[in-house]
Design a protein around this ligand. Structure first.
Ligand code: NOJ
Length: 765
């Protein structure tokens, strides 16, 4: 099949790129190949390449899709997850379409494909670049083995507003941490060569600033100063692009009055001219049509015109390019060059993915298809368990309530105790709930017959039927939030009875996965009332109470912080979540996660991000004057700060030393600190380095993360940790948007979270 295809292409193109070994020759080959191909394309075929179709939509039944592909009207598809689904589509493209241009196949592989790893926010909590790289590499291996070429990931939108449901898909609030992870993920998805059969092209999203939607309400506007944009929100996209991301998905929001989908400054001046991006840009679902709703286009024709002129190469699930571009070309409103630029990018992406050389590179031959796509042998359970353990964050542990002993009686209670769908988190790709390990299953297997485990549901996720109905409309495949028909009182009574028989209560509470998803913004960050009533009843039994939280965003946990003896934040921990949580609860793994986002005390405090720009009347806890910046009803600052997370052992930091009091430009400064494991167990922690620019031409943040190291120490062991500081760490965007390091004094702060730090000062000369 592949040879035939190549011969056909050779005959039609009279040119096939030689395998070149120098990048320049390879680039020339690519350009010549695409130029030759484009010369033979009709306008209709060119516009066809700009069309990305969602598989499974009612408006495009399979038979019609095959016809459209054969007619050369489709550039790629997304949402199909097996080789057998993709093969006939590729057959139609390479056997039946005139120019035999292969399709590409995309999918949202955000935190795993068949094996589901913890949600992105959880992975960020690991601060473990190796583990994150491994999970992305495995995702690419699994997805490419199912005939997929591209992932719509990583999602790197900085989120400082936990009301936004898509906080769960992102990597937190900090530009430095998110940028580091963005880079690691892109490299891991794309592997050593994008052409490799086990590589996925990464389409970083959502460009840009989607996480800053006003009020945390999904799809809302973004209005932001250029300095803030450059300093805090754009770096992760830039990091992904510098790491070689082949694609960019354009955000659904507007930016300072212009929708991203119609934003020439964003898609051309910034992305292509300033950042040198050469890959493919893809609109988000239906976004070109939404230009009418934004009120910047009067009709579909204007919308298509705005999008193509702005630089949107491919239109996702949107017919406007197909309908309107021919007329716009005929009238001269859109230039051929503008269409050609987009087509070149789409063909370039296919070339880079190796699809012209072999359109079946990832689909393989039918003889090699897995007998069962969901076979256990195709999963990577050990790696998923490892990633999940590293992602859990211990928020409280009074009187060494944790780790639990594997004897006596444990009452496992709560609507998330036996929740194989929820534990996968949203955007769970091809992951199957029946293959996930719920907390109940994980605890049962960990305990065997060593201890007694009693299970009671205790409450529904919420008693509000209106909310349940909404969540079930937006949930993916089936009604996911299934209500226990018993009365709340009856469920609580059963739970209390279970608790009374037990030595300790483990309460699995929080959000259903559908509560932390696209189109799910919240006004409250509370654990829903049904579950809070359950917790109050459990607390009243007087038994030690351990909360196992499942949620995709920071919650407001002031009440729970007082109520519970121990709190473990587990986010949505994926296929192996139940095993991983059991490992931590029983101390088989010592927790080491740190929060990648601050937890406000209440939604009224939002935003609570740690790297806030300085102000004239800052709150001073030692002198709580009333004319300082604060909310007077509750303590200032977050409940749990960025970078926070406990361990079963204790760590101390001491003796922060700088190698010099001054730093010359182009020189380096060493900051060292002694880290000691002062507790009884081996453990890992994250040493975090923050910098504060003391005086500058523009207001600078109170501190900014600039480096970190995850360090494992044996009980009693100590180690000197070194960080190298350079001029680059001191740079910021000034009022002219130039990246500069201004001379003057800086504080170096090192801590095990962003609040409790050691400090030393130096001067940049
Ligand atoms: C809409 C979402 O905003 C985006 O993140 C996703 O990649 C696309 N749909 C495709 O599923």
């Amino acid at each position: 099949m592949n040879k035939l295809y190549l011969l056909g292409l050779l005959a039609s193109l009279l040119y096939l790129p030689a395998l070149a070994d120098s990048p320049r020759v390879a680039l020339q080959d690519k350009q010549i190949f695409i130029a030759n191909l484009m010369q033979q394309m009709t306008l209709e075929e060119k516009i066809g390449q700009l069309r990305l179709i969602s598989i499974g939509g009612e408006e495009m039944p399979k038979e019609r899709l095959i016809e459209e592909i054969a007619a050369g009207h489709v550039g790629g598809t997304f949402n199909s997850v097996t080789r057998t689904e993709n093969r006939p589509l590729q057959d139609a493209a390479v056997n039946s379409s005139r120019l035999k241009i292969p399709l590409f196949f995309a999918y949202d592989i955000v935190h795993g494909h068949r094996t589901i790893f913890p949600i992105s926010l959880a992975q960020a909590s690991s601060w473990d670049m190796q583990a994150i790289a491994k999970s992305a590499r495995i995702s690419a291996i699994e997805a490419s083995a199912d005939g997929i070429d591209m992932t719509f990931a990583p999602m790197v939108d900085i989120s400082r507003d936990p009301r936004w449901g898509r906080t769960s898909e992102g990597l937190g609030e900090d530009p430095y941490l998110v940028s580091r992870i963005a880079k690691v993920m892109v490299k891991a998805y794309q592997g050593d060569s994008l052409q490799a059969p086990d590589s996925l092209m990464a389409s970083v999203k959502h460009f840009a600033l989607y996480g800053a939607v006003e009020g945390g309400r999904d799809y809302n506007i973004v209005d932001m100063s250029p300095v803030r944009m450059y300093q805090a929100y754009l770096p992760p996209y830039r990091a992904a692009i510098d790491a070689g991301a082949g694609g960019v998905m354009i955000a659904l929001n507007s930016i300072n009055g212009t929708p991203a989908t119609a934003n020439t400054w964003l898609l051309q001046d910034l992305l292509r001219k300033d950042w040198g991006f050469k890959g493919i840009t893809i609109s988000d679902h239906g976004a070109i049509g939404e230009l009418l709703k934004h009120g910047v286009a009067r009709n579909g024709r204007e919308a298509a015109k705005l999008a193509i002129k702005a630089g949107v190469d491919m239109s996702m699930h949107d017919e406007l390019y197909r309908q309107e571009l021919p007329k716009l070309i005929a009238s001269g409103e859109v230039k051929q060059q503008e269409i050609d630029n987009a087509v070149r990018d789409v063909l370039g992406a296919k070339y880079d993915m190796g699809l012209f050389e072999d359109p079946y590179r990832r689909i393989g031959s039918a003889a090699d298809d897995p007998a069962d796509t969901n076979a256990e042998s195709r999963l990577h359970r050990a790696e998923a368990r490892d990633m999940a353990r590293r992602s859990l964050v211990l928020l409280k542990n009074e009187n060494q309530t944790l780790p639990l002993k594997k004897h006596g009686t444990i009452a496992l209670i709560g609507p998330l105790a036996d929740a194989p769908i929820d534990i996968l988190g949203s955007w769970a790709a091809a992951g199957l709930p029946r293959q996930s390990v719920s907390l109940l299953k994980g605890l049962r297997e960990a305990l065997g017959d060593q201890a007694q485990l009693i299970h009671a549901r205790g409450a529904n996720i919420t008693n509000d039927q209106r909310i349940v109905d909404y969540l079930n409309v937006i949930s993916f495949w089936e009604p996911e939030v299934v209500q226990d028909k018993r009365s709340p009182a009856a469920m609580i009574a059963e739970a209390v009875e279970a608790a009374e028989q037990a030595d300790v209560i483990v309460a699995a509470v929080g959000e259903s996965r559908s509560m932390s998803h696209e189109a799910v913004s919240r006004t409250s960050l509370d654990i829903p009332a049904s579950q809070r009533a359950l917790l109050a009843a459990l607390k009243a039994t007087g038994k030690p109470l351990v909360l196992v939280l499942m949620n995709g965003r920071p919650l407001a946990l002031q009440g729970e912080q007082e109520q519970a003896d121990a709190i473990l934040e587990t986010w949505f921990s994926g296929t192996e979540g139940g095993h991983a949580i059991a490992d931590v609860l029983f101390g088989d793994y010592n927790p080491s996660g740190k929060l990648p986002i601050s937890f406000p005390r209440s939604p009224g405090q939002i935003p609570t991000y740690y790297n806030h720009p300085r102000i004239g009347r800052p709150f001073n806890p030692e002198k709580p004057d009333h004319y300082t910046s604060q909310y007077f009803e509750e303590p200032n600052g977050p409940l749990y700060p960025f970078g926070y997370g406990l361990s079963y052992t204790e760590f101390s930091l001491s003796g922060l030393t700088l190698s010099s009091r001054t730093l010359q430009r182009n020189a380096t400064l060493d900051a060292s600190v002694t880290l000691k494991n002062t507790g009884q167990r081996d453990g890992e922690t994250v040493v975090q380095l923050y910098i504060q620019d003391i005086t500058a031409s523009l207001i600078r943040p109170v501190k900014e993360l600039k480096n970190f190291q995850k360090v494992m120490l044996k009980a009693g062991e100590e180690k000197i940790i070194h960080f190298t500081i350079t001029e680059d760490d001191l740079k910021f965007y000034n009022i002219h948007l130039e990246q500069v390091a201004e001379p003057g004094e800086f504080n170096v702060q090192i801590g095990l979270d962003s609040e409790t730090v050691q400090e030393q000062r130096f001067e940049l000369l």
